[in-house]
Design a protein around this ligand. Structure first.
Ligand code: 6PG
Length: 251
C-alpha cells in the first residue's frame, strides 16, 4: 500500500496535464536508466489511459536501440486483436519509432493455453535478464494502470493471481476471461513503478487503495509496494478520492 514516506503523489488539473507530466516522468526514467546501465527496460500497461502518453512518446527523440519493451499484462487474444495491449501500443507508439524488433517482447497468446504462454513469457524474462533461480528481475520503468475496482495489470480482486509469489508471470482472470500478467513480486521489483490513473470513476478505488483499512485482495493495487515506493500520477477527478494526508493539494 502507498506509504506516506516513499510514495510520490501528484495530482494534475486535467487529463492533458496528467499525460504531459507522465511523459516527463517516463522520459526521465528512460534517460536515467540508460545513463546508469546503458539500457532502459520498460513494462507497459494497456487499457485506454496510457494511449495518449504512448502517442506523445512516439515523438520523443530517444536512443531506441537501448530501449527494451515488455508488457505487464495482456489480454489472451491474438496480437492483432483490437483488444490487444500490444496492438494498441504498436499503433500509438512503437510503429512510429525506429525501435529494433528484437527489443520488443509482446506476450505470447497463441498456444491456446494461457498457463503455457505465461510460462513462456516468464522464460523470455528470465533469459533476457539472466536471472538466477528464484530471482525477480528489476525492470527500470513499470507503468501501471488501475481499474475502478482497484485492479492493476491483470491482478483482479479475489483471484488466485494475487497470491502467486514464486513466479514472474501468471494467468489472471477477468470475469472468466484469461489474461497474462506480471505477478505482484515482479511488479514490486520495479526500479520506478508509476501508476497513471484518470477519471472520476477511479475515486472510490483510490480512496480504498490509500486507506489502511482496505484489503489488497479487495483492491489489488494495494499489493503493489515497491522498495523504492510508487509514483502516482492522477488527474484531479481521480485525485478527489485521495485521503487527506496523501493529497498534495490538501497540504
Ligand atoms: C489492461 C490494463 C489494465 C488497465 C486498467 C485501467 O489490460 O486493461 O493493463 O490493468 O490498466 O484496466 O484501464 P483504463 O486505463 O482503460 O481505465
Amino acid at each position: 500500500m502507498p506509504s506516506l514516506t516513499d510514495t510520490i503523489v501528484e495530482v494534475l488539473p486535467n487529463k492533458a496535464a496528467l499525460i504531459d507530466r507522465a511523459y516527463q516522468v517516463t522520459v526521465a526514467a528512460i534517460e536515467t536508466a540508460i545513463a546508469q546501465r546503458d539500457r532502459a527496460t520498460l513494462a507497459l500497461s494497456g487499457g485506454s489511459t496510457p494511449r495518449p502518453l504512448y502517442e506523445l512518446l512516439a515523438k520523443a527523440d530517444l536512443p531506441w536501440e537501448k530501449i527494451y519493451v515488455f508488457w505487464g499484462d495482456e489480454r489472451y487474444v491474438p496480437q492483432d486483436d483490437p483488444k490487444s495491449n500490444a496492438r494498441m501500443t504498436r499503433e500509438a507508439w512503437l510503429n512510429q519509432v525506429p525501435i529494433p524488433t528484437e527489443n520488443v517482447f509482446p506476450v505470447p497468446t497463441s498456444a491456446d493455453d494461457p498457463a503455457a504462454d505465461a510460462a513462456k513469457y516468464e522464460e523470455t524474462l528470465k533469459t533476457f535478464f539472466q536471472t538466477q533461480p528464484g530471482e525477480f528481475p528489476a525492470l527500470d520503468f513499470v507503468l501501471q494502470g488501475m481499474g475502478d475496482d482497484g485492479h492493476t495489470a491483470s491482478l483482479f480482486p479475489h483471484t488466485e493471481a494475487l497470491d502467486v509469489r514464486d513466479r514472474l508471470v501468471t494467468v489472471g482472470n477477468h470475469e472468466g476471461e484469461p489474461r497474462i500478467t506480471f505477478t505482484v513480486p515482479l511488479i514490486n521489483q520495479g526500479r520506478k513503478v508509476v501508476f497513471l490513473v484518470a477519471g472520476e470513476n477511479k475515486q472510490d478505488a483510490i480512496a480504498h487503495v490509500f486507506s489502511t483499512a482496505a484489503d489488497g485482495h479487495d483492491y489489488p493495487s494495494k499489493l503493489i509496494e515497491p522498495a523504492n515506493g510508487e509514483h502516482w500520477l492522477l488527474d484531479a477527478a481521480a485525485g478527489q478520492g485521495l485521503p487527506k494526508p496523501f493529497n498534495p493539494n490538501d497540504l
